[in-house]
Design a protein around this ligand. Structure first.
Ligand SMILES: *Cc1c(COP(=O)(O)O)cnc(C)c1O
Length: 373
């Protein structure tokens, strides 16, 4: 195919200057090329060996074990698998939640990722959208008034540990307090930590979202803060929830506990490679470096007179939307009047400086135009 080179060049070029998406770019998995002419398939439950032996499930289990430890639990208490991304992990968490109760209602904020509404539709779950605060965090007063009306129904709380647009974190302590106030006995807590899952353990004060703090399941994207050429993610859940849905299938001689049948066997290899190279300490260092760059970006924007802000130590810098031209050049995601830069590993200070320069020129032109009117 003559086009391969062209496609590679285009993506390579565009990868260099995007600032608006939470995808780390400092990876190189070319040493895994020998796997590209093999069938690799982790079909079925990661813990059950299948008659199909061409899997990397032992590696997948090591990856899961690392993440259970990162989220203050262990593989006795929790179970998980490597997914195709954050969306699948959220779908899975909501699936386990649905299987836990009859007629539950899902509560999630209006700042929640767009894919969640579709997940709820697929699962046929009833849900209520809760208002958000200006910073993207859930509005607890609104949640209270909604819960007051539905105290008779089991409640599923879908919490954001880092919203897509502003990296806002819903406060688990406040949710627990509200659960207590309304004496809700049947409830389930799922955390969407797609972007922040590998960062939040190192933020101070640490957002509460792990298993020691009472959650039931969590979804993390693997291709965001860790980064990689193939989308992937991790879902973790309490074993008791997974055991509720266990189903043995004789065709593959494995347990059918995952959303898809055939599953990616390469992404666990990438994830374990990252874990072996960086470990928990390395993740912390990455988080610190990214926070520093985000603080720098926020400061430079404010110096320009642009209204820029961040949630607590976030990697996401939110600011007034610049021109379409600038958004396109730096591939900035925007919503209403705001845009954001997400300072992930692989973005260098000079790239921020280039953007700031372009923004300055744009503002100067506007000023000149206004002066000449
Ligand atoms: C990116 C993101 C998702 C979706 O994750 P994918 O890995 O793209 O499927 C879900 N929720 C939040 C908060 C996200 O940032």
């Amino acid at each position: 195919m003559k086009k391969i080179k062209e496609i590679h060049n285009r993506i390579n070029q565009l990868s260099k200057n995007f600032l608006g998406y939470p995808l780390a770019k400092d990876f190189d998995y070319r040493s895994f090329a020998p796997f590209l002419n093999l069938c690799v398939n982790n079909v079925g439950d990661p813990e059950s060996s299948s008659t199909l032996g061409i899997d990397t499930k032992d590696i997948e289990q090591e990856v899961i074990s690392f993440f259970t430890e990162l989220l203050s639990t262990n593989i006795q208490e929790c179970w998980g698998y490597v997914t195709n991304g954050g969306t699948e992990g959220n779908l899975y968490g909501l699936y386990l939640a649905r299987e836990s109760f009859n007629n539950a209602i899902v509560y999630y904020s209006e700042s929640t990722h767009y894919s969640v509404k579709k997940n709820l539709h697929l699962l046929g779950l009833s849900s209520i959208v809760v208002k958000s605060q200006d910073n993207g965090e859930l509005n607890y007063d609104d949640l209270k008034s909604l819960l007051a009306l539905h105290r008779d129904k089991p409640a599923i709380f879908f919490l954001n540990i880092g919203t897509t647009m502003t990296e806002a974190v819903d406060d688990l302590d406040k949710i627990k307090e509200i659960i207590h106030i309304y004496a809700i006995k049947d409830y389930y807590i799922h955390c969407d930590a797609a972007f922040l899952g590998c960062i939040a353990p190192f933020v101070e004060p640490k957002p509460k979202f792990d298993f020691s703090e009472g959650i039931d399941s969590v979804s993390i994207s693997g291709h965001k803060f860790i980064g990689g050429p193939i989308p992937c993610g991790i879902v973790l859940a309490r074993r008791k929830h997974r055991n509720r849905i266990v189903n043995s299938v004789s065709y593959i001689d494995a347990l059918d506990t995952t959303i898809t049948g055939s599953r990616n066997g390469l992404t666990p290899l990438f994830l374990l490679d990252f874990i072996e190279k960086h470990g928990k300490e390395g993740l912390k260092k990455r988080a610190r470096a990214s926070q520093k760059l985000a603080a720098y970006t926020e400061k430079q924007l404010n110096k320009l007179g642009v209204n820029a802000w961040r949630n607590n130590d976030a990697l996401t810098v939110v600011f007034d939307k610049p021109s379409k031209k600038l958004c396109k050049k730096y591939q900035l995601a925007s919503q209403d009047n705001i845009a954001h830069i997400i300072c992930v590993p692989g973005i260098e200070q000079w790239q921020i400086d280039n953007f700031i320069n372009d923004y300055r020129i744009e503002l100067d032109v506007v000023e000149l135009e206004e002066a000449s009117v």
